[in-house]
Design a protein around this ligand. Structure first.
Ligand code: NAP
Length: 290
């Protein structure tokens, strides 16, 4: 499953929506806040900034020192909440230890929370209300399933990982009634007894554990659809940088068994950024009742 190709398609759709909003005098604006100098976060933020600019949005990244206090960050969030030109606010995680991430997320207006992490948006997702924001990685995976015409209705869907950003919202999406959902969902985690017994039942297996080679071919049912969310950097003396990005799934082994599989890179990763743009345009559209 080519996530990079589909992400390009989503970005083209988003650019068309941005152009339509611009004609009405509205320029969708995404503000990303980066606190500290974590190198991985800087790379993610750079990618989001570039993508939003390419889609014709008014992107801004606010970089704050690692010594920023929680009160200072909350004051910034309040200023962005009140700014009508800012439709989406994203505070990049992780935050320095003096700042409580939940307090910050709770401060962002739900209608500007394009990450979909605010309790109001989490609740809407669980209830099945469609006027909230769905976290970008699960939303991107659902779109991939749709693009490849994967039958989800009645399917056994096994999700590995119960994080708030991937595993839990993924499960919440797939248990809803409606298109690209209606699955029977099993959520596995590090305390799950006999992981392979669950994965072997899966028609759709979604792996978000952050463990290299957690899923191998003998754990996968023939013909299953396998979505690899993992992003693990491993040593690779043959690469120019000395490292290489791999997922949680043994790609070469599992591709022989699965009917569809996402690679790493060029799988779920590009879809995450594309859905962030989609959420931001939606925030801008809703702000003007479009
Ligand atoms: P996380 O917060 O560390 O959560 C990992 C989850 O996996 C936890 O629920 C953990 O269980 C479970 N787990 C760990 N080892 C396991 C094992 N051996 N068997 C079964 N379950 C196990 O990670 P995350 O933020 O969800 O991210 C997961 C991976 O996806 C990471 O590699 C991350 O870099 C990647 N990611 C990629 C994207 C993208 O756009 N491609 C986006 C987000 C994350 P416990 O809860 O019991 O500890």
């Amino acid at each position: 499953m080519d996530g990079a190709l589909l992400a390009q398609k989503v970005r083209t759709e988003v650019a068309a929506d941005v152009a339509a909003l611009r004609q009405r005098g509205v320029v969708p604006g995404l503000t990303v806040v980066l606190v500290g100098d974590d190198p991985a976060s800087a790379v993610y933020v750079g990618g989001k900034e570039k993508a939003s600019r390419e889609a014709g949005m008014a992107g801004e990244t606010i970089r704050l020192p690692a010594t920023t206090s929680q009160a200072e960050l909350l004051a910034l969030v309040e200023r962005l909440n009140a700014d009508d030109s800012v439709h989406g606010i994203l505070v990049q995680m992780p935050l320095p230890k003096q700042i409580d991430p939940d307090t910050v997320i709770n401060h962002i207006l739900p209608q500007k929370d394009v990450d979909g992490f605010h309790p109001v948006n989490v609740g809407k997702l669980l209830i099945g209300h469609t006027d909230g924001f769905v976290p970008c990685t699960p939303a991107g995976i659902q779109r991939l399933l749709g693009e490849y015409a994967v039958r989800t209705t009645g399917a056994e869907c096994v999700v590995i990982g119960r994080s708030t950003i991937v595993g839990k919202p993924m499960a919440a999406l797939m248990i809803q009634s409606g298109p690209l959902a209606d699955a029977t969902v099993t959520l596995c985690h590090s305390r799950t007894r006999d992981l392979a017994a669950h994965t072997r039942r899966a028609d759709i297996l979604i792996v978000a554990a952050g463990r290299t080679r957690l899923v191998t071919a003998e754990m996968v049912k023939p013909g299953a659809v396998v979505i690899d969310v993992g992003m693990n950097r491993i040593d690779d003396p043959t690469s120019r940088t000395g490292t290489r990005l791999v997922g949680d799934v043994d790609f070469d082994g599992v591709r022989r068994v699965a009917s569809l599989i996402t690679p790493v890179p060029r799988g779920v990763g590009p879809m995450t950024i594309a859905m962030l743009l989609r959420n931001t345009v939606r925030a801008a559209q809703r702000s003007v009742g479009a």
